[in-house]
Design a binder for this molecule. Structure first.
Ligand code: SAH
Ligand code: SF4
Length: 397
């Protein structure tokens, strides 16, 4: 049997169609056969050659000898009453490589995102003739096992970086996620907001983005794929240049000044707010697109009205929408969730000071701890979020 070609050896699920074609040339197989295999993997989530029924037997035998398989596997699925599914992902080839999680989030009936705007921009209409649009599921995926950025309020940050995920391991989360969809659902949005800092694993993430949006593969719209970053300035520039601003960008800000931001996000010492804001302002955003500003509210740390006013000054004239995220407490850190009143007051200050959208991120799948970045540590460091009820008095810090 011919040896597995070099381009496919380490990460076949992370290979581009042209790499499959080149590898197939080495084993004297025709280009269309290569593309057939690429499609089995990326449009049908099938990596086992035995199941590629339209491939010739001789080809299937060759592929079988390469032990072609999905690089990730589903270890556990937990489903919440709102149909959010939280999935624990393991890596069969390297059992010691840890686990990550991915979350499938069905839309709310009155979803308050910019879905209507995206719909209007879509080349393919969601409703064609009598065919009703599929229920659009958003999938949150991970880019690393753990994270090196050390944000003090984050379970992944407290755990530290274990390793980068390969492009195939990133893409496989969506390929596997698709096998867990209900009738009538389709994955339309992918957000890199799970475990890890995507831009710290730039090359593998960029490759995964190209595969997720590839016309012969999953063919997701790049505007529906969001990279969330803690603010790695050179890589934000690189992402903007290489993808011409078409990949949606979310930035975790969490503080309006350098002193506070450096305290809760060590990455700010390397790329302070002045540099980060300059990078956001030069990001080559597609027409009518906006940058998402994420702001995790931590009780009495960054949730005061003066923080909201400073944030308004910092973000002036930036095309953006703001997502306020009430902190999900972790056991390893003393930080607490904000009170409901303070979240609403913070939103109110922002809404009065800007005509751009300001949302409070809703809790989905609360009883299964479905906030991104929690399941892999479940039982160890993550504790269930307890959001104080409206009207509760502010606790002292
Ligand atoms: N590393 C990237 C993406 C993964 S984290 C980033 O930081 O942007 C996704 C989002 O979840 C970030 O905005 C992050 O700050 C937020 N987050 C992390 N831990 C949290 C917690 N305990 N409570 C609420 N939000 C949290
Ligand atoms: Fe890493 Fe993001 Fe967590 Fe910070 S918030 S430690 S960057 S995963």
């Amino acid at each position: 049997m011919p040896q597995i070609p070099f381009a496919l050896r380490d990460d076949p699920v992370g290979a581009y169609p042209e790499e499959w074609v080149a590898a197939f040339a080495e084993i004297h197989e025709r280009p269309f056969r290569a593309k057939q295999v690429f499609r089995w993997i990326h449009t049908r989530s099938v990596a086992d050659p035995a199941r590629m029924t339209d491939a010739a037997k001789t080809l299937r035998d060759k592929l079988a000898s390469w032990s072609l398989a999905m690089p990730a596997e589903i270890r556990e699925v937990r489903r919440a009453a709102d149909d959010t599914r939280k999935v624990l992902i393991g890596f069969p080839k390297s059992p010691a490589a840890g686990t990550v999680e991915t979350v499938l989030i069905p839309p709310l009936p009155d979803e308050d995102d910019d879905e209507a705007e995206l719909e209007a921009d879509d080349e393919a209409p969601a409703v064609t003739g009598l065919r009703v649009a599929a229920r659009r599921v958003t999938q949150c995926i991970s880019s690393q096992v753990g994270c090196a950025m050390g944000c003090v309020f984050c379970a992944s940050g407290v755990a530290g970086l274990k390793r980068h995920l390969s492009a195939g391991e990133i893409v496989a989360q969506v390929l596997l996620g698709r096998t867990l969809l209900d009738e009538g659902e389709a994955i339309r949005n992918v957000v890199l907001m799970g475990m890890g800092e995507p831009l710290h694993n730039y090359d593998n993430v960029a490759r995964a983005l190209r595969l997720l949006t590839h016309a012969d593969g999953m063919n997701l719209s790049s505007r529906r794929v969001t990279v969330s970053t803690s603010g790695l300035v050179p890589e934000i520039d690189r992402l903007g240049e290489e993808f011409k601003g078409e990949i949606a960008l979310a930035v975790s800000l969490h503080a309006p000044d350098d002193e506070l931001r450096s305290r809760i996000m060590p990455v700010n010492k390397k790329y302070p707010l002045g540099e980060l804001m300059a990078a956001l302002r030069r990001y080559p955003l597609a027409r009518r697109r906006r940058i998402t500003i994420e702001y995790t509210l931590i009780r009495n740390v960054n949730d005061r009205p003066e923080h909201a006013r400073a944030l308004l000054r910092l973000l002036r004239n930036l095309p953006m929408k703001v997502n306020l995220i009430p902190m999900n407490p972790i056991e390893a850190a003393p930080w607490q969730a904000p009170t409901r009143d303070d979240v609403l007051a913070f939103q109110d200050v922002l809404r009065k000071g800007t005509d751009q959208a300001v949302f409070i991120r809703r809790t989905r799948g609360d009883e299964i701890d479905a906030a991104c970045g929690q399941l892999a540590l479940h039982g160890a460091k993550a504790v269930k979020r307890k959001l104080p009820m409206i009207g509760e008095r502010h606790g002292g810090a």
